[in-house]
Design a protein around this ligand. Structure first.
Ligand SMILES: *Cc1c(COP(=O)(O)O)cnc(C)c1O
Length: 457
């Protein structure tokens, strides 16, 4: 039944929009271990990070002290165009599920890129421009990050080369068209255009590629191009920082109606939307002043949290990035092709990994057919066709709401809906035609990945 006190959509006015990002690293009692320079195995310095990343982003990566970091005014102005994203009470879904639970979702798919990735893309392009760079390189898995960054680069007149995981480029030709419309250059990865790409092709002929390979190619290309840097759409702490805009807005909207969440849910690929969504809530959990249940949802086919190891690992298959202490399946883990390209990554953001390792948050792994079942239920009741990645969060939100139906609990469940599924129609076709399968890696598959972990304590 509709509660007249709580509107279906809770919006914020422009003056209520956050002017600061939230830095979880400042409030973690036990900090995660530092990133290591892969050559010296010493903690990465500002110089180390600045070799690959823009300087401001390198500074953010190393900031363990400032709880709030100011959002540059130009970025605030851009955010005002695409934000706030609405927080919606899923009244219709609640009715369909016949649950006493209250379900809310924060929808990040209203901009043209179709996902939350633009929140960080615009910030990263801004800092690159400020530093006087003229071009950027990046990787993209499912294509959402490449799309978001091409929009951001177009806004700041910067050149962009996108290494797009080959299987995705083939599955999603229209993603490529959007990236090219905004002026980005798309190269399917692995490619013959880089040394590491040629090496991977030799080792794995006919491979559909992976995010790890694409990261290696984009890094190599950035190091070889003058006035060019490589930027990342997930995994690093500075990306989680930018994505904290999601959690901050969510908290302001909930506070307006005195809604205390019981369960917070988001999908996890590299951990950026999840980390950003939970950021302003985590302090209370760490201090023991709130008992939110926080759940990250990952695919069973790529279970970095639920079956991974907490260890130092490279961010890429080519072993070029700094070593990060994280929950990982090993840089050599080759996830099966699935319809949630954005969640096919072997590692996990170091903050999220540490929170999980220390027991502050939970994780659940789900099969893709159950994910699509939830996606269709959601699409029919709430009117939004969700991205497959986002639908992992829907699955667990529905499962939690169904548990409430059994116990009669009126839990308040809030989840992050990261994007739309308009570019994932091949996946929906497969689901509708019942040709979708669930691949769960065997212990042997996992062992191959773990064998690729570097021997670093
Ligand atoms: C990239 C992406 C994800 C996963 O990335 P995170 O960094 O884990 O947030 C989830 N949903 C959508 C729609 C994406 O594009």
């Amino acid at each position: 039944m509709k509660d007249k006190k709580i509107p279906t959509k809770i919006f914020l006015s422009e003056s209520e929009l956050p002017k600061y990002w939230y830095n979880m690293n400042a409030v973690m009692k036990d900090k995660h271990e530092p990133a290591l320079n892969p050559k010296t195995l010493k903690p990465c310095t500002l110089e180390d990070f600045s070799e690959v990343f823009c300087e401001e982003l390198a500074k953010q990566e190393l900031n363990f002290t400032d709880e709030y970091i100011e959002i540059p005014e130009e970025v605030q102005d851009f955010y005002a165009m695409i934000r706030p994203s609405p927080l919606t009470r899923a009244y219709c879904l609640e009715k369909v599920l016949d649950t006493p639970a209250e379900i809310y979702y924060k929808f990040e798919g209203n901009n043209t890129s179709g996902s939350h990735k633009l929140n960080s893309a615009i910030a990263q392009a801004y800092y690159a421009k400020e530093q006087g760079l003229t071009s950027l390189t990046t990787e993209t898995g499912a294509g959402q990050w490449g799309t978001a960054l091409s929009m951001a680069c177009a806004y700041y007149n910067m050149d962009l080369t996108v290494f797009m995981v080959k299987s995705s480029a083939e599955q999603k030709p229209f993603r490529k068209a959007v990236i090219e419309t905004y002026g980005g250059k798309v190269i399917p990865s692995p490619s013959e255009t880089t040394k590491v790409g040629r090496k991977i092709l030799e080792q794995f002929p006919g491979t559909g590629g992976s995010l790890g390979c694409a990261v290696s190619e984009a890094t190599e290309k950035a190091l070889e191009t003058p006035n060019c840097k490589y930027v990342l759409g997930s995994v690093m702490d500075h990306v989680v920082l930018h994505q904290s805009i999601i959690g901050l807005e969510t908290k302001i909207a909930l506070d307006k109606y005195n809604i205390e969440p019981d369960v917070l849910i988001a999908c996890v690929g590299g951990g950026s939307n999840f980390g950003g969504f939970i950021a302003p809530f985590v302090k209370d959990v760490i201090n023991g002043t709130a008992k939110y249940k926080i759940i990250g949802v990952e695919p069973k086919s790529c279970p970095s949290l639920t079956r991974g190891k907490y260890a130092y690992d490279f961010g890429d298959t080519g072993k070029m990035t700094p070593l990060l202490k994280m929950c990982t399946l090993g840089n050599g883990f080759m996830p099966a092709v699935s319809h949630s390209g954005g969640l096919r990554y072997h590692g996990m953001n170091p903050i999220v990994s540490k929170l999980y390792h220390d027991g502050y948050i939970d994780a659940v792994a789900v099969e893709q057919t159950r994910v699509f079942e939830a996606a269709v239920t959601f699409a029919k009741s709430e009117g939004i066709l969700p991205a497959p990645e986002s639908s992992h969060a829907i699955r667990v939100a529905i499962d939690e709401a169904l548990k409430c139906k059994e116990t009669g609990e009126k839990k308040k469940i809030v989840f992050c809906l990261t994007g739309t599924g308009y570019f994932d129609l091949a996946a929906y076709s497969a689901y509708n035609a019942k040709t979708m399968s669930d691949y769960v890696p065997t212990e042997e598959d996992l062992k191959k990945g773990f064998d690729s972990l570097p021997a670093v304590e």
